[in-house]
Every structure is written in structure tokens, then in C-alpha cells.
Write a protein that binds this ligand. Structure first.
Ligand SMILES: NC(=O)C1=CN([C@@H]2O[C@H](COP(=O)(O)OP(=O)(O)OC[C@H]3O[C@@H](n4cnc5c(N)ncnc54)[C@H](OP(=O)(O)O)[C@@H]3O)[C@@H](O)[C@H]2O)[C@@H](O)CC1
Ligand SMILES: [K+]
Length: 493
């Protein structure tokens, strides 16, 4: 499948290996640094043509090396430039030492910098090599830049952001713009890192892309290139039975709306037939609001067993408004035993908080048939050890959860991560803030269910569902509600 460079993600350590492979293949590594620094200088001049003084803050590694190149290029363009360095610059090694030796501006110690009006900060202190919390002198400069409200252009990553996890390591610059090289890193997309990067520009410094591709970490930005070929074709769309049957379980009479939102979203996403299955006592409430969606009363496990006799009822959403308790667990067990596909959301997830293994073992066999859609709190209920491990990134957590549950996991948030049981993962970036609204998660569960019903495999349905949800939200505008969101879901074909 063709992967665009914009979708490619590499962790900083993998990027370091690509760098080493480039050098081993005969590519001049100082040439790469030169291109990186020149790109930074070009971005700075483009974004801040009226900057009075460009203050380049240089760290002790190659990120600092990029900074020395940028400082030289800015000076060559006629700008006023000052350089401040962290630590003893005489200790710089390799390309960074070369870059400094070519830079005509004598540096001063970082701690001597004082903000001046008109300063534009070029942050080249730490990039991919940030290994621990930033030292106090850097935290202090971060605070002073913040207080003075000075614009920052970050080299590779805002110093203090962990490129693997997006975590803030003690303190970090809030950049207006970040220039990174070859591919973005997970920390540019994962929160809170994303909020510190400003706009992100990925500059090609000339490493052959085959060397990047050789380091495929099976992690990409979510987009159609990841799932396009698994989506329903227009052909299948012609026949409503071939488009599959989605069933959504309703909660009790006081909590029916969530299931109807999911059902309506599943229909919009292309399921041929959608049924809301409801307790008898809630059937009147549901009937009053359903038209294209069908309704069926199911109260007990034996009612459900009858319902499952029809094999075409292959795909289910359980959780929105359903209630947390033994009924949820029993219904999920019945669906698993009958080999059905299931989106388990909200209460359906929380129902297994006491015994997550019961859920995982029910779906342990065969190709994944389960999609889990936890937000942060629900994730911690099912995977408390993963949620509590500070060494894991959100991507690591989602991947390990997916493997454990033999499921596709949508670890929700403004930086949703979707992971497959086989280790593939994508980070989503198209969800606007307006999606954080009541009922939005029910709509997402319905879209994913609608895609599963059409035969899309679990991971692809989950990733495509999250992306289509984000696209719908962008079209629905800032004042969207769950209802208006549904009207903006586009069927894929
Ligand atoms: N292909 C590419 O992408 C290219 C990348 N390039 C550039 O290289 C950059 C990566 O360079 P890098 O590996 O030298 O790491 P970098 O970020 O400079 O930091 C390492 C230094 O910081 C130190 N240090 C770390 N944490 C610390 C802390 N908390 N507090 C104090 N010190 C700390 C660490 O010390 P140590 O941990 O060893 O004690 C070491 O001295 C990359 O971001 C990009 O800008 C381009 O030039 C060309 C092609
Ligand atoms: K930086």
C-alpha cells in the first residue's frame, strides 16, 4: 500500500538509526545537518521577516549543531543574530563541532540571555536526543520566554518534548512553528506534545526514503492510505443485504438516546440494515424516535439466543447507555460464543472492570472480531497496569492492549490511537475540539459498527471510523451536536 511521507512516523531512536544508515551508505552527515539548519533559517525568515534579533539557543548535541548552521545562515541573510549555548561548546563533537566552527557568531552562556523586545527564539537545545527532564537552566529560559511572550521556532522538536511519547520532560518551549526532518515523530501528534509544536513542517534533508522505509515501525498518521483497500466498494453498496446488518443494544427506558445515535450513525456509514434491540420497557421510547432503523424487543439471554439464530445478524454495538452490570457481561459472552463482531463501548467496557480476562478470553480465538473504544478512564479500567506504566507511550499502551484483547483498540482522546492485535497502529489528527461533545462517542461506535457490518476488518473499520468521524465533525462546524454530526457522516464510496 502506498504510504505518503506525510503519513510516516518514526520514533527518535529509529530516526537515529536511519541517520546512521545514511552515513554508512556514504551520505555526508554534515551535509544533512547543513540542509537541516538552512531549512530552519529559511522558515524563520519566512515567518518573521521583521524580527529584530534572532536568538539561537544551541544545545550540546546535533540539535545544537543545526542551530549553529541556522545562526550562520541567518547572519548571512543580513539579520541580527545572537547565539547562546547550553554547557561548554568546546565539548561539542562531530558534525555539531564542525557546525560551530563554521559559525561566525561567538556564543554566550545560556543563563546570560535576557529577553529583549523583538527577539525571535530559535530553539536548538534538545531534539531527538532528549534523554531526561531538562536541566534547571533550560526550565528557567522556557519560563522567561513564556513570560515575555516571544515567538519560538523549534528545531526538530520543542526542547523538553519527548519525541517518542509527546510528554513534557520538566518544561518545554511552546513553539509557534517546528521544523522537523524526513518524517514527523509520534511526539508531534501525541498530547501534550502536539500542543507545544505549533505548525509542523517536515523538511526533506535528502536521506533516500528507502532508508526511512527500511525502518518501518508500523506506525502511521491515520488516513485513507491505511484502510482504503479494505473499504466497501460501490458494488456491494448496491444491495442492502450485502451491506450487512448492524444491531445496537439500547439501554433502559431512561437511557435510550445513546443507542439511537449509534444506530443512526451506523446507517449513515453504510450498514444495509440497522436494528435497535431494546428491553420491552424501553421499546415505546425507542419506537417514538426510530424510522429507518428497525426495533426488536430483547429482554433475556434466551431472547438474545433466539435473535442470534439469524446468522445475518453478524455485527453488534453494545455499551452506549446500556448500563454496567451482569446483563452486559452475559450478552457479550453470548455474542462472543456465537462468533459475532462487536464494538464494545462505554458501559460495555466498564462492565468488565472487575474481570477483564473474561472479556479477553471470550474473544481470544481467530481473526479479531472485537473493537474496543475506551476513553482514558475506561482504558484504565480494562488495562490498569498499562495505564499506570509511565514508560509507555499512548501508542505502546494501545498496542499492548490490542494484543492482550485480540481486538482493535481505539484509545480515544484528541490524539486517538488505533491499534491492531498484530501491532499496527495509527495516530489520528483530524478530530476538531468540537468533537468533545455529549453523544460523540456513541456516534463513533455506530460508524465503526456500520463499517464492520459491511465486512471491513476490525482494525481498518476502527481506524476508518475514527477518521470519518473527524471529517464529519470538520464539516459540521464548531457548534456541532451529536445529531448534526450524524448528518455529516459521508459513506466512503
Ligand atoms: N536524520 C535526522 O533527523 C537528522 C537530525 N539532525 C539533528 O540531530 C538531532 C539529534 O541529535 P542528537 O542525537 O545529538 O540529540 P540532541 O537532541 O541534540 O541531544 C543530545 C545531547 O543532549 C544531551 N541531553 C539530553 N537530554 C538532556 C537533558 N535532559 N539535560 C541535559 N543534557 C541532555 C545529551 O547528553 P547525554 O544524554 O549524552 O548526557 C547529548 O549531549 C535531531 O533532533 C536533529 O535536530 C540533523 O542534524 C541531521 C539529520
Ligand atoms: K529543539
Amino acid at each position: 500500500m502506498a504510504k505518503g511521507r506525510d503519513n510516516w512516523l518514526l520514533t527518535p531512536s529509529a530516526m537515529g538509526e536511519v541517520d546512521a544508515a545514511a552515513a554508512a551508505s556514504g551520505i555526508d552527515s554534515f551535509g544533512l545537518m547543513e540542509k537541516a539548519g538552512q531549512a530552519v533559517a529559511a522558515a524563520v525568515l519566512r515567518l518573521f521577516p521583521g524580527g529584530e534579533r534572532f536568538v539561537v539557543l544551541c544545545g550540546p548535541g546535533n540539535n545544537g549543531g543545526d542551530g549553529y548552521v541556522a545562526a550562520r545562515a541567518l547572519r548571512a541573510a543580513g539579520a541580527a543574530v545572537a547565539v547562546f549555548h547550553l554547557g561548554d561548546p568546546a565539548k561539542l563533537k562531530g558534525d555539531a563541532a564542525t557546525a560551530r566552527s563554521h559559525c561566525p557568531i561567538p556564543g554566550e552562556p545560556l543563563e546570560t540571555w535576557r529577553p529583549a523586545e523583538g527577539d525571535v527564539i530559535v530553539d536548538a537545545i534538545f531534539g531527538a536526543g532528549l534523554a531526561r527532564a531538562v536541566p534547571p537552566v533550560v526550565a528557567d529560559v522556557v519560563r522567561r520566554v513564556d513570560e515575555a511572550g516571544l515567538p519560538v521556532v523549534a528545531v526538530d522538536l520543542p526542547s523538553g518534548i519527548d519525541g517518542r511519547t509527546g510528554a513534557v520532560m520538566g518544561a518545554a518551549f511552546r513553539a509557534h512553528h517546528t521544523v522537523t526532518f524526513m518524517t514527523r515523530k509520534p511526539g508531534h501528534l501525541l498530547l501534550p506534545g502536539r500542543l507545544y509544536c505549533g505548525t509542523v513542517e517536515t523538511f526533506d534533508i535528502g536521506i533516500p526514503f528507502r532508508l526511512v522505509e527500511a525502518k518501518d515501525e508500523r506506525l502511521f498518521v491515520n488516513g485513507p492510505q491505511e484502510w482504503r483497500t479494505s473499504m466497501p466498494t460501490a458494488d456491494a453498496a448496491a444491495h442492502k443485504f450485502r451491506r450487512g446488518h448492524l444491531t445496537v443494544f439500547s439501554g433502559p427506558a431512561t437511557a435510550t438516546g445513546a443507542a439511537r445515535l449509534a444506530a443512526a450513525a451506523g446507517l449513515r456509514a453504510g450498514a444495509g440494515l440497522v436494528t435497535v434491540v431494546s428491553p420491552t420497557e424501553a421499546a415505546a421510547a425507542n419506537a417514538a424516535h426510530l424510522t429507518a432503523v428497525m426495533l426488536k424487543a430483547v429482554d433475556t439471554e434466551s431472547d438474545l439466543a433466539d435473535y442470534l439464530r439469524d446468522e445475518r445478524r453478524a455485527t453488534f454495538v453494545l455499551g452506549p447507555g446500556f448500563g454496567v452490570g451482569p446483563k452486559a457481561r452475559a450478552f457479550v459472552a453470548a455474542l462472543a460464543a456465537a462468533c459475532r463482531h462487536l464494538v464494545l463501548d462505554a458501559d460495555g467496557i466498564s462492565a468488565f472492570a472487575e474481570d477483564p480476562k473474561a472479556l479477553f478470553s471470550a474473544f481470544a480465538d481467530g481473526a479479531p472480531r472485537l473493537v474496543l473504544t475506551p476513553h482514558e478512564g475506561e482504558f484504565a479500567r480494562l488495562f490498569p497496569d498499562l495505564a499506570a506504566d509511565p514508560a509507555l507511550s499512548k501508542v505502546d499502551r494501545a498496542r499492548q492492549a490490542a494484543a492482550r484483547a485480540n481486538a482493535a483498540v481505539v484509545y480515544k482522546g484528541a490524539d486517538s490511537v488505533i491499534a491492531a492485535a498484530d501491532g499496527r497502529a495509527v495516530i489520528n489528527e483530524n478530530a476538531p475540539a468540537s468533537l468533545a461533545t455529549a453523544g460523540s462517542g456513541d456516534v463513533l461506535a455506530g460508524i465503526i459498527g456500520g463499517l464492520l457490518a459491511q465486512g471491513v476488518p476490525a482494525f481498518e473499520a476502527a481506524a476508518a471510523g475514527v477518521w470519518l468521524h473527524g471529517e464529519a465533525a470538520c464539516r459540521a462546524g464548531a457548534s456541532l451536536t451529536a445529531e448534526t454530526l450524524i448528518n455529516h457522516i459521508d459513506r466512503w464510496h
